[in-house]
Design a protein around this ligand. Structure first.
Ligand code: AMP
Ligand code: MG
Length: 503
């Protein structure tokens, strides 16, 4: 495909940066929104590698004209930005109209692999869906989303990507006031469970069918060839979400706001707000200041995914079968498949994290025993798995991992079982540590580091820590001796107990 250049942009659709397919859906799917220019945009980060993958010209994006596009001050010629309509359950409460209240879909591109992707600006100003909000985003949350989504991508977890971050030269009125920023995000699409709920809440069966057909064509084309395409579609989403959440659990990621409007049909992690990675392992870990009840705690995430998928299934009932009872039975069957899909990925991942190559029925109890011991000993989730790989060279009762436990003897008891289990597959000894290091990251975006990075950027206009974290997190599985301090968990006084949404 041709590179997108200034000329192709000016010419409109050439090069794949186009108005795109969503705009051809019925008018009630979106608002054709006007741009709300900002005073003094400044590019603070451009993801050149991603731009390249998208077939965009990074030099153009870094120019004044490109900056105007990334700041929402100008549209590519012939492209009308869209604010998408959606609804959603927020912390269990249904809100029939949410929508892009501070975001605009500014283009679709077909990337170098032939995949259609959305480019959206977040923080681009008020739209019809803004309700009481100002339509803007603050610098801190923009940098968090940039960093964490790129870290997730480097960990190999499906996610929206960060294309650019821009400061606006305006303040946003939060407590306290903060520099405004705009985040350019790339997604397989921005269709959410809440998009289906929007039309279901309006009993708009025709729109539901149109949306489902569109989402099938875009994300799950193989469903269209099945005898029951809408059932196959639902099953595919259930499987994608099961795989996704299992991957989160294996790295200790807590999304924080798993509302149905924040769950993508494509199976990508989307809408990073008060998200964080767990330090000390505890199933009840919650970071978000707005999640007082712990609804979206670490260990609840698989359950919540099923709950959200049940809301999706409800919207699809009219498409699943003529007969209501039959539709409900089909939907329930589809939802039941979550568990096996989740377990498949989660259990295989746990085995790999422990350095096991073969499968035995007692492996899950072994993994569960470690997690329980970690929970009882405030042991750091990421470090424990990483240092287990180093312990392979140490004698029993020695090694680095035991010191991560408040009571090392409890770890020793568990480690004896683990070593006995490893002894059953000696043929894999040679490759074991490398295999463990390829699934157990050394570097994650630790929350205290993310907060320190945000403080430096917001209080001192210092983007050094952001750049440093970003480059470190691009290689989460590699030993990076000069970055070793970033692998450490927070000291007592550095611990971040709550992460504010900071919208
Ligand atoms: P989020 O918490 O980012 O997932 O957003 C939830 C809903 O609130 C979406 O409909 C957003 O568009 C809307 N929203 C969040 N922040 C703002 C804001 N500053 N201005 C307008 N709408 C907002
Ligand atoms: Mg959202």
């Amino acid at each position: 495909m041709d590179q997108l250049t200034a000329e192709t942009l000016a010419a409109g659709n050439a090069g794949g940066f186009s108005q795109g397919s969503y705009a051809e859906l019925p008018e009630r799917f979106f608002q054709r929104a006007d741009l709300v220019p900002v005073a003094a945009p400044k590019l603070i980060k451009l993801n050149r590698q991603l731009a390249e993958e998208l077939g965009l010209d990074a030099d153009f994006l870094a120019s004044d004209e490109g900056l105007a596009v990334l700041a929402g001050n100008a549209s590519p010629k012939g492209v009308q930005p869209l604010a998408l309509a959606y609804a959603g359950h927020q912390f269990g409460q249904f809100v029939p109209q949410l929508g892009d209240g501070r975001a605009l879909l500014i283009a679709e591109v077909v990337d170098r692999n032939g995949r259609r992707r959305d480019i959206q600006l977040k923080g681009s100003g008020r739209t019809r869906f803004s309700r009481g909000g100002d339509g803007r985003a603050a610098l801190g949350p923009v940098l968090r989303e940039y960093l964490v989504s790129e870290a997730m991508a480097a960990l190999g977890i499906p996610t929206t990507r960060a294309l650019a971050a821009v400061t606006t030269g305006e303040m946003v009125f939060r407590q306290p006031p903060q520099p405004g920023a705009i985040f350019a995000r790339v997604a397989a699409s921005h269709i959410r469970i809440g998009t289906f709920q929007y039309f279901a809440a309006r009993s708009d069966r025709e729109a539901l069918k149109t949306l489902a057909d569109y989402a099938i064509a875009r994300h799950y084309p193989e469903a269209a060839t099945q005898k029951k395409p809408y059932l196959a579609f639902l099953e595919a989403i259930v499987a994608a979400q099961a795989r996704l959440v299992a991957r989160w659990m294996l790295v200790g990621f807590i999304h924080g706001v798993m509302n149905t409007d924040n769950m993508s049909i494509s199976g990508e992690t989307i809408d990073y707000g008060p998200c964080a990675f767990m330090d000390a392992y505890h199933p009840g870990t919650v970071f978000s200041s707005i999640d007082a009840g712990g609804r979206y705690a670490y260990a609840n995430q698989p359950r919540i995914a099923v709950w959200n998928l049940a809301r999706l299934a409800e919207t699809l009932l009219p498409l699943l079968a003529e007969n209501d009872d039959e539709a409900v039975a089909l939907a329930e069957d589809a939802l039941r498949k979550f568990q096996a899909a989740y377990d498949g990925v989660f259990h295989a991942g746990l085995r790999r994290k422990l350095g096991l190559f073969t499968e035995r029925s007692e492996d899950l109890a072994l993994a569960g025993g470690l997690l329980e011991t970690m929970a009882g000993n405030q042991a750091d989730f990421t470090l424990v798995f990483r240092t287990l790989g180093e312990d392979l060279r140490a004698a029993a009762g020695e090694g680095a991992t035991r010191s991560l436990f408040a009571n090392p003897a409890e770890f020793d008891d568990w480690a004896k079982r683990w070593r006995d289990r490893l002894a059953l597959e000696p043929e894999h000894d040679a490759g074991r540590q490398a295999a463990m290091n390829a699934i157990n990251p050394k570097y994650i975006p630790r929350n205290h580091r993310v907060e320190q990075m945000i403080r430096a950027a917001v209080d001192q206009s210092d983007l050094g820590p952001f750049e440093e974290l970003l480059s470190m997190l691009a290689k989460p599985f590699d030993e990076q001796p000069e970055m070793a301090a970033y692998a450490d968990p927070p000291k007592m006084e550095e611990r971040v107990l709550e992460t504010f949404c900071g919208t």
